[in-house]
Write a protein that binds this ligand. Structure first.
Ligand SMILES: Nc1ncnc2c1ncn2[C@@H]1O[C@H](COS(=O)(=O)NC(=O)[C@@H](N)CO)[C@@H](O)[C@H]1O
Length: 426
């Protein structure tokens, strides 16, 4: 959410941001509604002030035993009370409508973000590692998993329907190793490990920006105000709702683990082979809450990216980083980098991480503030990035490290989390 005062004084900046983000918000309609609210608020406040004067006048008239004046003033007070009683529901209705429109206003993208309509216009700006050259017939991730009995999709589909899977044997151990590897490394970087709820209330989804627009991607628990999170980002954003943090506490740095659930509405027929695009997966999430300062946000944006790059480099996976364009970054972002790992079987890079900074757009939605060194209370800035999301990361991992004999070499950095094991399938 943007500051209403900012929208009032910069309507064209907000309209341009909406255009760049393919966001259809009608800023003029919002401002017209806002003017109605302000006018009606003023009327009601005037009426209340008049009521106060009248009650003083009534007391004065009573003191002076001026019954006629007192009765007239009481009658006038009654008329005012009826006016206020009639106007208040209308005012609340208009305030609610304005709030619902405010939730749809996008953040202002940083000028460094490429202008574009969709992911085809994201701009790669960094490459690391060489695509592996196999002198044997390399297998894709699903064939590798089948070969080593690492997955059971048929039985998962029996239990849970499409886009579900069972990880078996060393794949199950590998996923847990990856989660521990990420949690361990990030903890040693001073990020506080969290294991957060995967069920959260509506307000948390409004908070991170998933609601209202992305409701169709979220599983709802029947007859409860509870929904399954698609990312720990939702739960962590909701944790601090309505709090005022001490400036000296910032930045708060979290590495949060949670199972993640996504409807993947609108992706019918896309990435149906194996475990690339599924309804449930596990993710280790980096999350920062920092002071309201652009340079500070940009610093942490780069740090979160670097943390993920270090993890991927330790997994010895070739990747590239793309600067996400305005049409693909979504409403809440000021800037966004995706990391895409090379997938040998597809001979292309596929997204495995997504890094964003949002200034105070989420903080305003959960009313999360801090008191700065001058005692001024401000909304914080928030940022997030993937540390590891599995099983998607298993795809480049298994394919890149497969050997001629079909076994898979476990990267050095993961072995301590796999009991020292060096290979899968040997
Ligand atoms: N349906 C899915 N199946 C498997 N992995 C997924 C799915 N959706 C997302 N992921 C993984 O989770 C990562 C982060 O998802 S994201 O929506 O891009 N971004 C976030 O959730 C942010 N909170 C940063 O993690 C993706 O890069 C991808 O690796």
């Amino acid at each position: 959410m943007l500051d209403l005062a900012f929208i009032r004084s910069n309507p064209d900046v907000v309209k341009e941001a909406a255009r760049l983000k393919n966001n259809s918000i009608d800023v003029d309609a919002l401002l017209a509604l806002d003017q109605q609210v302000v006018a009606l608020q003023h009327e009601v406040e005037e009426a209340r002030a008049k009521q106060n004067q009248l009650s003083k006048g009534i007391q004065q008239a009573a003191k002076e035993k001026n019954t006629e004046l007192r009765n007239n003033l009481i009658a006038e007070g009654k008329k005012l009370a009826e006016f206020i009683k009639a106007k208040e529901p209308e005012l609340h209705q208009l305030i609610e409508e304005r709030y619902n429109l405010l939730l749809l206003v996008p953040n202002i993208p940083d000028p460094s973000a490429p202008v574009g309509k969709d992911d085809s216009e994201n701009v790669p700006f960094k490459y690391w590692g060489e695509a592996p050259k196999f002198d044997f017939q390399a297998l894709d991730h699903y064939d590798l998993m089948l070969k080593h009995n690492l997955v059971d999709i048929e039985r998962a589909v029996k239990v849970a329907g499409s886009r579900s899977y069972v990880l078996r044997g060393d794949a199950a151990r590998l996923e847990l190793a990856l989660i521990n590897f990420a949690m361990d490394k990030m903890s040693r970087k001073g990020f506080t490990p969290l294991i957060v709820p995967s069920m959260a209330r509506d307000f948390a989804f409004v908070g991170n920006g998933q609601f209202p627009k992305g409701r169709d991607q979220v599983y709802e628990l029947k007859d409860q105000d509870l929904f399954l999170v698609g990312t720990a980002e939702v739960s962590i954003t909701g944790m601090y709702k309505d709090e005022i943090l001490k400036g000296e506490e910032l930045p708060l740095k979290f590495v949060g683990y949670s199972p993640c659930f996504r409807q993947e509405a609108g992706t019918y027929g896309k990435d149906t082979r194996g475990v690339f695009r599924i309804h449930q997966f596990n993710k280790v999430e980096q999350y920062i809450i920092c002071k309201a300062d652009h340079e500070e946000s940009v610093f942490w944006f780069e740090q979160l990216l670097q943390n993920a790059e270090e993890l991927i480099q330790e997994l010895e996976l070739p990747y590239r980083v793309v600067n996400v364009c305005t049409g693909d970054m979504g409403d809440g972002k000021v800037g966004m980098y995706d990391i895409e790992c090379w997938v040998p079987s597809e001979k292309r890079y596929r997204e495995t991480h997504s890094c964003s900074y949002l200034h105070d757009w989420q903080a305003r939605r959960v009313n999360l503030r801090y008191r700065d060194e001058e005692g001024k209370v401000k909304f914080v800035h928030t940022l997030n990035n993937t540390a590891i999301a599995s099983p998607r990361i298993l795809i480049p991992l298994l394919e890149t490290h497969q050997q001629a004999d079909g076994s898979i070499l476990i990267p050095e950095a993961l072995r301590p989390f796999m009991g020292g094991q060096k290979f899968i399938g040997r």
